[in-house]
Ligand binder design. Structure first.
Ligand code: 5GP
Ligand code: MN
Length: 351
């Protein structure tokens, strides 16, 4: 495997690890498979080399990740504020995984930023903006879990990856690549997959648990959304689904129930981008996905105060769901110039 990591950073990171006992692993708000996979994966690794690690996350991870080994060890800031504060304040080192700026941690940001412990950034988003002693920022990588695997190997700790660590890391690889369909052109991703499977991670089981498994209510909610709420903007090659609080309540919505929904409409032949807006208690949460390098991250950063990856991004809107929808529709023209010149015919019959 190519040695892509900066050797100085690897050395500095190794030294920091040697000097530290209490190590906090933390990630972004609304943690996904890559955020939890990278932090909990490192937790397992650090345990096996005799450290005292803890995972501190801003809010509750989705149910789909509960199968991960030692998931219950995760300290959730919204649930155990004083406990999380103590872990962070007493730590020697903080590893910031899968986020590029403090605001991505929401209300946990002041605690992490105010801590006296040295910090290390481990991330694959563009534009890192966190004050850190060591920075591993590799936007070209499929996932933070891929990066974590490479860092572990570069530090000479490959033999300390056990089955639990491998399961966590493979989870992030799977979720961020959507089962190895996006962001995984680099053949080395499959070399890492092989290594993690050799260590005991079960690919099929992970996909079953965290990508496919859902509740009856969640399946019906997604079917309703696709059937009754999908708007197609034919000339812009884009589409939108909105779900209000009332609609979510109708299907007994639980966090994680709309996971994957934004990808569904993108499967229509000739569709270039798909947007989903959900009325959460504190804001309208926007999720966007695209194909053929259409920059949905621009839509999210310019209209919805967000960002992310070129083809998978998100943001938030403060206002009503209808205002959020109108803001998008009013601005769709602005993004037409990023559409591919030639692309498959849109497989939607005119109504
Ligand atoms: P999702 O649509 O799954 O919530 O998020 C997809 C990706 O978009 C995430 O991995 C993250 O990189 C980015 N993202 C989602 N929400 C936000 C947000 O509110 N702000 C920023 N900056 N990025 C976001
Ligand atoms: Mn990620």
């Amino acid at each position: 495997m190519n040695k892509v990591l900066n050797p100085t950073s690897v050395k500095e990171f190794s030294t920091l690890l040697e000097q530290s006992e209490k190590i906090v692993l933390t990630c972004h708000v609304h943690p996904d498979g890559d955020a939890i996979g990278s932090t909990l994966g490192l937790w397992h690794l650090l345990k096996s080399i005799g450290k005292q690690p803890s995972v501190v996350v801003p809010d509750v991870p989705p149910r789909s990740l509960r199968f991960l080994p030692d998931f219950n060890e995760i300290a959730v800031y919204t649930r155990h504020d004083p406990y999380c504060s103590r872990l962070v304040e007493e730590s020697d080192l903080i590893l910031c995984c899968d986020f590029n700026k403090p605001s991505r941690q929401d209300h946990l940001a002041p605690l992490i930023q105010g801590a006296s412990a040295r910090k290390v950034l481990i991330d694959h988003h563009e534009g890192p903006d966190i004050d850190c002693a060591v920075e591993f920022s590799y936007p070209e990588m499929s996932s933070t879990c891929e990066l974590v695997f490479r860092i572990i190997a570069a530090c000479g700790l490959y033999s300390d990856i056990d089955r639990n660590c491998a399961t966590c890391l493979l989870t992030g690889l799977i979720t961020d690549t959507q089962n190895f369909t996006v962001n995984c052109k680099n053949p080395e991703v499959y070399e890492i997959l092989t290594r993690l499977m050799e260590k005991g991670a079960e690919k099929g089981k992970i996909i079953e648990e965290c990508v496919k498994a859902c509740s009856y209510d969640s399946l019906r909610l997604k079917a309703y959304a696709v059937c009754d709420k999908l708007e197609i903007f034919t000339e812009h090659r884009g589409c939108l689904i909105t779900l209000s609080k009332e609609e979510l309540d109708r299907f007994n919505y639980e966090k994680g129930d709309t996971e994957g929904l934004v990808n569904e409409a993108l499967n229509i032949r000739g569709m270039v981008y798909s947007i989903f807006m959900r009325e959460d208690p504190d804001c309208i949460k926007v999720s966007a996905r695209s194909k053929v390098n259409f920059p949905v991250s621009r839509i999210c950063s310019e209209l919805f105060n967000g960002g992310g990856h070129l083809q998978a991004s998100g943001g938030e809107f403060h206002g009503t769901l209808e205002e959020c929808r109108e803001l998008l529709i009013k601005n769709l023209d602005r993004y037409d110039r990023y559409l591919p010149k030639r692309f498959e015919k849109l497989d939607v019959r005119q109504q």
